[in-house]
Design a protein around this ligand. Sequence first.
Ligand code: KG4
Ligand code: ZN
Length: 386
Amino acid sequence: MPDAYILGIESSCDETAAAVVRSGEQLISNIVASQIATHQPYGGVVPELASREHLKAIVPVVRQALAGANQTLNSVDAIAVTQGPGLAGALLVGISYAKALAFALDKPLIAVNHLEGHIHAVLLEERQKGNHDLQFPVLALVVSGGHTHLYLAAQLNQGWTYENIGHTRDDAAGEAFDKVAKLLGLGYPGGPIIDRLAPHGDPTAVKFLPAQIKHRDRRDRKGQKEVTTIKSDTRFDFSYSGIKTAVLRYVEVHNMHRSIEIRRETLAQLSGPKLEDFVANCDRQTLDLVASFQRAMVEDLVSKTLTAARACDVATLFVTGGVAANNELRSTFERDGAQDGLPVYFPSRPLSTDNAAMIAAAAYPKFLAKDFAAMDFSAEASLPLR
Ligand code: KG4
Ligand code: ZN
């Protein structure tokens, strides 16, 4: 099979991204235009603004990705685009542009599920490192601003199949990081700053009760003979709205509102505040709260995922999505996974958060299978992964 150069386009949330990947195993160029500055004043993503920013960025971002790969619109073999899940208006910008390119250039068009993309970010980088011997079955935790999902991933002929065995019943883990950071006056997005502030606090200072990270564990060891027999009644679910409320209650009980307002105003006046600025504007109580919150999130994510991995007897674990960039999450997964003899793979940090390389990589098996999208396909805000 000759090399296939796939142009990937991603616009599901607040990053406009394009990339060129060769045959699902070599990242050639990867451009991400972040909209953080646009959404920061609002403390979260504003869908209308996201669509407008995608419209502005999409053409230059695609041009840059092609130029960086020494490719042209004519030389690439296919165009892949995120179909969903994500913000409908944001997805439509990428989809419309990809359709127009595919139609005008008479190239195959491939629709990719964003969550499948996150899983293929790991596969792309492992292949690029020369690791072609991943052991199956694989369990993938996709943990981001919109998702905390567990999938059993299997390779079937040239394609891939996914079985969801757990997800969050309310907030996604990244959403909890973002909401807690906003509540503490630390800005948006919350994950990266909490990640960097946490080592400055005492993670044992504030105890979050298990009931505050609530979940109804309905695991049933019956019927778990093989990975493929695990059905929807065997769930490994997460829940992160309780811990967010627990942080809010802590803030109220300890009268922290005034100091939070001062911090919010001080940081808002700084252009591009650095870690030292955040540390200087956080008292010990806040740093301890941040560290304890992160510890509780990490312990819950790791213990539930490893419980699922053991029950399904998987050989390999993938941890991917924006929250997979978190330092404490990575080291805890590595430590606890090693105790179970379970190899854990993460994407590099640039490919943990949203990007188009993962979309181009996930498209490659579909390219081989000639699984092309019809010109009338549209955005699906809640597209499930199967
Ligand atoms: O995958 P992603 O870029 O977009 C979605 O598909 O949602 O994930 C973004 C999420 C945000 O909630 C952000 O706060 C979180 O990932 N995030 C982190 C870190 N970097 C990004 N959370 C914890 N630690 C990080 N270092
Ligand atoms: Zn994502």
